[in-house]
Write a protein that binds this ligand. Structure first.
Ligand code: NAD
Ligand code: MG
Length: 392
């Protein structure tokens, strides 16, 4: 029996995780549920999954949550704030942590879970982009294991030979990450100037939170995933390629020296990756319908348009630059996407803000948590100034 902490329980990954968990009460129980500030949604989940501990990141929500749970007659403990979140990720109420908070807000709890030796089911790609080396250190120190939830990385993990630390020694030539191309595939930059948040969030194949939906529309999501793959699989950037595959059926591929390509296919439903990571090395039912190849009939592939979707090129650039570039990339992107969703920045301003941020990123790496958080804060301030200029 595994006991889970679901951090980001009220989000899209949180919901898919709890759906799989509910199908296997004999295998999984929920020890901790955590969310940002959605009191009602978190209380409803507590009623259904009966965790020992509920954590709400916004301290102002602690009393309202406690009152709601009391009304439901639930004995669950309630805590709030960032420190409570970090303590819960490392604490005794779980052996498995689902890191499904969006953005840099998930960094410290992800690191804490790794350091404490938990099985880490990682969706929070921003944490890897900001602190990939530190996360690897924390995992080595804790002795736990990381299983990627991001569908591409989950696919690559499934296609790599087990137990090989070195890709070249395992005969791996390239990792091919597939990208749907997002809702604006095939369009040129001039056609994207007046895009609204709702248009950007209308993803053709996946239902996700709004931040990652915008990232998918700019292709920054794929850029973050290239950096994520670099850290998770210790792969140099030149061995990671992106191919656009509009059907989102092939979730990614690994190419070997002998010419073999191994791919993982399935319907676009995050529950497959989540079930794989939950049960690994076993396989369990995820509630996902089988893929009908005959009905599907065809799979298409094309090269990404790096001139229109500049964010993907900027991500490769940040990875090559080293220093604090990937921290700056992530921070500028988070600020720009938030501004875009708020109507304070045009769609094309997202790439412009990130490009500006990269030009200011210090060349010295930030190696410990304090330095990483400091670099993140500095880059956010620079991005906010740029956003103010672009929206003026
Ligand atoms: P979402 O917006 O639907 O949910 C985000 C969750 O994080 C919510 O539960 C929210 O309460 C919590 N949260 C937000 N800010 C917080 C804070 N400051 N402190 C504590 N909790 C906070 O997002 P999502 O689509 O579920 O994505 C979550 C993560 O998973 C992201 O990093 C995303 O890139 C990654 N991911 C998502 C998908 C997907 O299909 N949705 C696929 C691959 C990777
Ligand atoms: Mg993905």
């Amino acid at each position: 029996m595994r006991t889970l902490a679901v951090l980001g329980a009220t989000g899209s990954i949180g919901a898919s995780t709890l759906d799989v968990v509910a199908r296997h009460p004999d295998r999984y129980r929920v020890g901790v549920l955590a969310a940002h500030r959605s009191v009602d949604a978190l209380a409803d989940l507590c009623k259904r999954f009966r965790p020992e501990l509920a954590v709400i990141a916004d301290t102002a929500c602690e009393e309202p949550l406690r009152a709601r749970l009391r009304r439901h007659d639930l004995a669950c403990r309630v805590e709030s704030g960032t420190d409570a979140l970090i303590a819960a990720a490392a604490g005794a109420h779980c052996d498995t942590v689902v890191a499904a908070i969006v953005g840099a807000a998930g960094l410290e709890s992800t690191l804490a879970a790794a350091r404490a030796g938990k099985r880490l089911l990682l969706a929070n790609k921003e944490a890897v982009v900001m602190a990939g080396a530190l996360l690897a250190e924390a995992l080595a120190h804790g002795g736990g294991e990381l299983l990627p939830l991001d569908s591409e990385h989950n696919a690559v993990f499934q296609c790599l030979p087990r137990g090989h630390a070195d890709l070249a020694a395992a005969g791996v030539r390239r990792i091919l990450l597939t990208a749907s191309g997002g809702p604006f595939r095939g369009r040129k930059a001039a056609e994207l100037a007046a895009i609204t948040p709702d248009q950007a969030c209308a993803h053709p194949n996946w239902r996700m939170g709004r931040k990652i939906s915008v990232d998918s529309a700019t292709l920054m999501n794929k850029g973050l995933e290239v950096i994520e793959a670099h850290h998770l699989f210790r792969a140099p950037a030149e061995r990671i390629e992106v191919v656009v595959h509009p059907q989102s059926i092939v979730h990614s591929l690994v190419e070997y020296a002998d010419g073999s390509l191994l791919a993982q296919l399935g319907n676009p439903d995050m529950r497959t990756a989540i079930a794989y990571a939950l049960a690994w090395p076993e396989r369990i039912d995820a509630g996902v319908s089988a893929l009908d190849l005959v009905k599907l009939a065809r799979l298409d592939f094309e090269a990404p348009d790096l001139d229109t979707f500049r964010c993907l090129r900027l991500a490769y650039q940040a990875l090559a630059a080293g220093g604090q570039a990937t921290i700056a990339l992530n921070a500028a992107n988070e600020e720009a996407v938030a501004a875009f969703l708020d109507g304070r920045l045009p769609f094309l301003g997202i790439a412009a803000t990130i490009e500006h941020g990269l030009s200011l990123a210090p060349a010295v790496p930030a190696t410990d948590l304090a330095a990483i958080l400091d670099a993140d804060l500095t880059a956010r301030r620079q991005a906010q100034r740029m956003i103010a200029t672009l929206s003026a």
